[in-house]
Design a protein around this ligand. Sequence first.
Ligand code: BGC
Length: 831
Amino acid sequence: MTTSEVAQALTTATGEDRWVDPRLAELARRAAARGTVLLSNDGALPLATDQPVAVFGRVQVDWFSVGYGSGGDVNAPYTTTLLDSLEELGAAVDPELAATYRRWCAAQEPPVEEWGNWPRFYPEMELDDAVVTATAARAATAVLVIGRAAGEDRENVLEPGSYYLTAAERRLLAQVTGSFERTVVVVNSGNVMDLSWAAEAGVSALVLAWPGGMEGGRALAQVLTGVLEPGGRLTDTIARSYEHYPSAPFFGGKEFNNYAEDVFVGYRYFETLAPDTVLYPFGHGLGYTTIDLEPTGLRHDTETATVSLRATNTGQRPGSTVVQVYRGTPGTPGTPGTPGTPGGPVLPRPARELVAFTRTTELAPGAAEDLEVTFPLDRLASFDDSGATGHKDAWVIEPGTYPVHVGASVRDTAEAGRLEFADLVVVEQLAEALAPDPAHPFERMTLAPGADGPVVGWEPVPTSTVDLRARILDHLPEPITPTGTGGTTLDDVAEGRATLEDLVAQLSVDELAELSYGHVEMNSPLGAPGNAGAFGGLIEQLRARGIPPVITTDGPSGIRLSAWASLLPCGTALASTWDPPLLEQIAALHGAEMIRKGSDVLLAPGMNIHRDPLCGRNFEYYSEDPLVTGLCAAAVVRGIQSQGVAACPKHLACNNQETERIYNDSRVSARALREIYLRGFRICVQTAAPRTIMTSYNKINGQWAHYNYDLVTTILRGEWGYTGMVMTDWWMRYAPDPLFPALRDSATRVRAGVDVLMPGGRTWDSTRAEGHDDAVLSGYDPQDTSGEHLTLGEIQRTALNVLRMAASTRALHRARQQAERQAERAEQAER
Ligand code: BGC
């Protein structure tokens, strides 16, 4: 097959195909509604559709359906706006005001900007006071929409128009709240922004409408009018002001970023050390009814604990809620988690940690449901990176009594019972890995005893004592003895006639090395136009063995191609549903769309932790909490992969800011890595087995993720048992190997266990001449058995991972079908 024949065969998407599976659109709308968070409501919502409502703010027309960059750049076949959708539902929207906004917006189209310069907000239309008061004479209720967007390479900033309101928005807010009986404010944003103004302005209801994809406007209209309930619960804490976030003093560093708040991220910090600085707590969100959650028991066996409870709808409307289960900390009441207090643990621990959650079914008014929520006891464990418990580098459950709380947010809970541990339990003893570089020590947050409970203390972060060079040399993989040429194909492997090892033994070193590079460009001619890149069977010799090119596409909110594709609710919207089964259903339909469009690997889900509200890509990610992140990602991966195509969770790990993301060094303790930043990935890997994973651009404790042996080989593959393929984020940084002078660039990458450079093959480093990256071959020396050079076993290991992935995807099926079709055609031609 020539390259163009492959392209011809594999290009299934055409620019004209606008068809969207109606089941996917329906579920996307339900998810967008279920992810909408009602933060406060004095009864103004739901709107009565027969009562006039005046809608203010240009975002009602210029709606933000998604954020910017690779995670947002989807050719949606359609989008929906709030104004159109309210009218579509028959809401009594004030026609005069609506016409004014439509006219003005048509004349002031939002600017289309270059990559990384996208608008964070759209300038607001100024209205005369007389217009507002005249409108208020026609309607008692106003809805005011405020919109924000950020994205890849586009951080939020502490400026009006990003984290803060603009002067025009403030003026409009004052005009509307001053004239209307009730003002409902909708914030349509992918990020948490400052919300302190809402209470000051006396708004009647405040709604967070995350970018909800193509059905987002329609979903919100249905929520506002009560067709659907606002089902969302916060997956992040909203602080009273930005300065209250524990990451605030450290976020945004250009060269490096000390994760000094350590495990005290989000509610783990706020609930333990600064409860008064919280505006809306983690897990908070209202529905249109009230559901009482009453714990009825707690039991456990040696592996799991089960909370039982009764959920009763005590309100007037049908509705559901999220049941959240948190562990408390042993210690003196009032001084949770203070090391050194009587009965307190040795390790400083957040006062609350989420250990499980579920959703009730929809309950009719007065109806009740008995529920059980089971969680593994190891969710009570902490990671000891200092040896304070006597078990360095182990997950341990310290002795003591652990209260288990159940409720509707981290604050709104009742105790379900207590779990007693008489002795310390070592859940898992690991080897030290990925600790901070002793050359860059820093102080990390801990708990110190205070008069009224714990206060912030600081302690030196434990730094690395590992001889990484020796670790790598001790674990070099055994080579598979080359057998020279033979005719084994990937089909032979897939059908059990040969093993992957047989195939690898027949490949030349050049062919093996080829497998570790993607196609040199994005938009590979081997795949559907607009793809993100290809890997696998990129050269004729490999394709002759039935190894197909594997086509990747972005991303978390939809398939990014030069073709129409469904635009789904963003990651934060999906997570705010707290409904992994719903996410899995959506992802399965999305996987089916991948097959129709010609995508083998979706570069999703985005799994980085919401460490700070200013991170531009937070909309793609799920939460400040790793359990929410891990369970949502696992559901998405399972759904996508149920169709035979592959997911690619990203970015492993600590891509928590966009500022200098490709050079920045995330300096973070081994404990915070295990408990916060890696934990979601671990859950996803161990419960959903993604076929690929993408490393991040940034460094972690001094080494880029794509060169990071401890991250990829010691932890991901060794500790978690990952057997899939690992790829870089797009165009890794080039650098000499710090430990092996004969190696650099892709040789270091392959040694670390990162299988494929994406898109691949080319050196983009300004300090080096542009050209083909041949570091794998130039780093290989068949005569050298010392390990100073790349070994055959390492190059083969990479090839095995790539081939295993290729064999397991739809690409193989598609290539097979293609061959069958060709054979048929040839037969017909002969006849
Ligand atoms: C992003 C990835 C994305 C890739 C391909 C990179 O810039 O960080 O998330 O998948 O580009 O578009």
